[in-house]
Design a protein around this ligand. Structure first.
Ligand SMILES: NC(=O)c1ccc[n+]([C@@H]2O[C@H](COP(=O)([O-])OP(=O)(O)OC[C@H]3O[C@@H](n4cnc5c(N)ncnc54)[C@H](O)[C@@H]3O)[C@@H](O)[C@H]2O)c1
Ligand SMILES: [Zn+2]
Length: 291
């Protein structure tokens, strides 16, 4: 089985032709689980939202910015503002450089994900995933906000792992991030594995690392059998995640991209929606879900 390594595409289109831009619905109020929240009324469903039996959703960092977790490549992204931060997510640099690991542990301590709450878009996808529609949420994110919003864990595929776990690069032992962060707070700048002394890292897929076995295959199967692939908040420049778009369209599915910035897959999309994710995703979920 080929090992699929996380990498960036080099051939991102520089002037993609934008396809049909969806219009905005009218404002309205509906009751969600828990407290009532204002969402955009669905409005008439576009053709691609009608009679959807199976939907695959690919989410990127952009779905969590409303929860206070910055993305990497958006206008306020961590790497846009500080290009050298990319090294913190590169496996080879992490393994080779103890000083970089100390900085990584400090960055983990201060990460906004520990206090972040799911937002309207995560909750709208959870409603979809709890409906009769066959829903698979495939995420590039490592923040577990889809599960916390109520998407059943078996309907979430984490392509890049989770930041709530820690893995030993020596013996493979898996432990909780909270325990490792306690050790950092207590003064261990680069805490080693308590079993073998090996280098610890978060249970995420860094650039230069293969995806865990079977994870991409599961995501690809969902993309190949869906009627609609929604790609939300991703620049679609990280592979192999972005290639799920081609897998879905090759199998005859509609591809709908919700992202503020252009992506290399825009020309292949049935619709490209530039509205803020917090508005667009609840509206789309309302259009897909039968009344
Ligand atoms: N929350 C997280 O777990 C998190 C956060 C940052 C990075 N990451 C990791 O880094 C990689 C980043 O790649 P990526 O392609 O997912 O994200 P990215 O940072 O490359 O791009 C995010 C995209 O979302 C858009 N966006 C942000 N907020 C938006 C909003 N409210 N409405 C509309 N568009 C919005 C940005 O303009 C940008 O084009 C991922 O693979 C992931 O592993 C994860
Ligand atoms: Zn170990």
């Amino acid at each position: 089985m080929p090992i699929r390594c996380r990498s960036e595409t080099r051939d991102a289109g520089d002037a993609p032709h934008l396809h049909a831009l969806a219009g905005r619905g009218e404002d309205g109020v509906v009751t969600a689980d828990g407290p009532a929240e204002a969402v955009t009324a669905p409005g008439p469903a576009p053709g691609w939202a009608r009679q959807v039996a199976a939907v695959a959703v690919l989410t990127g960092a952009g779905i969590s910015t409303d929860s206070g977790i910055p993305d990497f490549r958006g206008p306020q992204g961590l790497w846009t503002r500080n290009p050298s931060a990319e090294k913190l997510s590169t496996y080879q640099a992490y393994m080779a450089d103890p000083e970089l690991r100390c900085r990584s542990w400090q960055a983990r301590l201060a990460h906004p994900a520990w206090t972040a709450e799911p937002n309207r878009a995560h909750r709208a996808l959870a409603r979809l995933a709890c409906s009769a529609i066959d829903t698979q949420v495939i995420t590039q994110n490592i923040d577990e906000l889809h599960q916390r919003a109520g998407t059943p864990p078996e309907r979430v595929t984490e392509l890049h792992g989770t930041m709530f776990g820690v893995l030993c690069t020596g013996c493979g032992d898996r432990t909780a991030m909270a325990a490792a962060l306690d050790r950092v707070r207590a003064g261990e700048q680069d805490p080693p594995c308590t079993l073998c002394g090996g280098i610890l890292k978060s249970a995420t897929v860094m650039f230069g690392q293969p995806l865990p076995p079977g994870v991409f295959e599961r995501a690809a199967a969902a993309a190949a059998r869906c009627d609609l692939l929604l790609a939300i908040g991703s620049t679609l420049t990280v592979e192999p995640a972005a290639s799920l778009c081609s897998i879905a369209t090759a199998a005859g599915a509609s591809l709908v991209i919700v992202n503020r910035d252009p992506t290399p897959y825009d020309p292949a999309a049935t619709a490209v929606i530039r509205d803020p994710i917090g508005e667009a995703v609840p509206r789309i979920a309302g259009q897909i879900l039968p009344a």
